[in-house]
Design a binder for this molecule. Structure first.
Ligand SMILES: Cc1ncc(COP(=O)(O)O)c(C=O)c1O
Length: 417
């Protein structure tokens, strides 16, 4: 996490002291580093350079327009899962021929919008969806490019909530069913089958499951060639893990080492859909301590950020490092007592960290919640009528508020008398 480092007793984002940012923008506040996003994108593309993949950044991880614009500028395409995400990428002028559309429940409206936009392809997840794509494409007098999303039944060894390629998961189509669909592909004359897709899960820290999945996808592609078209693309999704704690992740080069020779041998175009890898460690959440209380023998540090701002700890028991913004001994737990870092939301499940060894923080102190750039703001909500946080993009020693903090008026804007 080079972008976020302690200098002279204060956490900096690039060349900006986080304490300064917090006093100017307020808290809770998401802070993203432009340099870190660029570095992550480049590290991934460099690692896979020999395969010359199409990188489709997964918008769901962090869909802020400034982040999307930055990635578009770097040459990224986009992986979307809804009409709303399509709207976002169109808004920043993404090249539609770099956009792929996944998700198990695409509606006719979303399919129509994507066809109108001219996206590269749908990742179709059922025969019912293929029929819908075929019907809408026929209505529009066009042909839709489609990759079938396969369920390779591979265990990515990650949290079961973010495992997506096991046979019990709702995603994709098992090989037997998919083979039946490919055999009858001419039943869908407005669909052109151009690829196979398989995303096995998120925060994957071992390249072997990805290699297993790719092997299965290619074997399937070799056995099941559609009658009326050619399989050009293999999309292995995203899932590249990051360090929430030091030493957890392996670099993209370790994935590339196993995957690139296989895809080159197969002679297919590779698509990658990284989300967390690009955004996760490119952002932090800044929060201020509202109260410190002791009860039942525990120390509770109550912050102004909550599960409504960062739900991953509550939802997945996810670990995010937390440390005071002002600190002469960053991450030095010796001599620190245990504490639960919690928010003000009326749920016992509202916590950012549990049982952490933290210094003796006081009311008004600032804390940083690390590795919060992906699935942070994107999963935030207004529960308890809480206004959602501001988002800031830092560029060297300057910053830009890229989403203003919500106001109380924002909370009621959509409601009718
Ligand atoms: C189809 C698909 N592609 C890509 C991603 C991005 O995953 P990650 O952020 O782990 O790279 C996801 C995440 O859920 C996904 O479902």
């Amino acid at each position: 996490m080079d972008a976020f480092s302690y200098r002279g007793g204060c956490l900096n984002c690039d060349d900006l002291p986080a304490a300064e940012l917090a006093s100017q923008v307020g808290t809770p506040c998401y802070v993203y580093s432009r340099a870190a996003i660029e570095q992550q994108y480049r590290t991934l593309t460099d690692a896979f350079a020999e395969a010359d993949p199409l990188i489709c950044y997964s918008v769901k991880a962090n869909g802020n327009l400034a982040v999307l614009e930055l990635l578009r500028g770097l040459g990224s395409g986009f992986d979307i899962v809804s009409g709303g995400e399509l709207f976002r990428v169109r808004h920043i002028g993404a090249d539609p021929s770099t956009v792929v559309f996944a998700g198990v429940g695409k509606t006719d409206r979303e399919i129509r919008e994507a066809l109108d936009a001219g996206i590269l392809m749908f990742n179709a997840e059922s025969s019912s969806e293929l029929a819908a794509i075929n019907r809408v494409a026929a209505d529009l007098g066009t042909t839709a490019r489609v990759a079938l999303r396969l369920n390779p039944d591979v265990d990515p060894q990650t949290h079961h909530y973010i495992t997506t390629g096991k046979k019990e998961n709702k995603f994709g189509i098992d090989f037997e069913t998919a083979a039946g669909i490919v055999a009858r592909i001419t039943d869908y004359p407005h669909v052109r089958l151009v690829g196979y897709h398989g995303h096995i899960g998120s925060q994957v820290t071992d390249p072997k499951p990805h290699a297993e999945s790719l092997g299965k996808l290619i074997e399937f592609a070799n056995q099941c060639a559609p009658a009326n078209s050619e399989i050009e693309y293999i999309n292995i999704g995203g899932g590249f893990g990051i360090d929430y704690q030091p030493g957890q992740a392996v670099p993209p080069s370790a994935f590339a080492k196993l995957l690139v020779p296989v895809i080159r041998e197969a002679g297919k175009k590779l698509i990658l859909e990284p989300g967390r890898y690009i955004a996760g460690n490119s952002g932090i959440l800044l929060t201020r301590v509202v109260h410190v209380k002791r009860s039942g023998g525990r120390r509770f540090i109550v912050c102004d950020a909550a599960m409504t701002d960062l739900i991953r700890p509550s939802l997945y028991d996810a670990y995010h490092a937390v440390w005071p913004v002002l600190s002469d001994a960053p991450f030095e737990e010796n001599g620190c007592g245990p504490a639960d870092v919690v928010g003000p939301v009326c749920e016992s499940g509202d916590f950012l960290a549990k049982g952490r060894h933290l210094p003796d923080v006081q009311q008004g102190d600032l804390l940083a919640v690390f590795s919060a750039g992906a699935y942070g703001f994107a999963m935030s909500s207004n529960y308890n009528a809480r206004t959602r946080a501001a988002e800031v993009l830092v560029d060297g020693d300057t910053y830009r508020v890229v989403r203003r903090r919500e106001s109380y008026e924002d909370l009621i804007q959509q409601e009718l008398p």
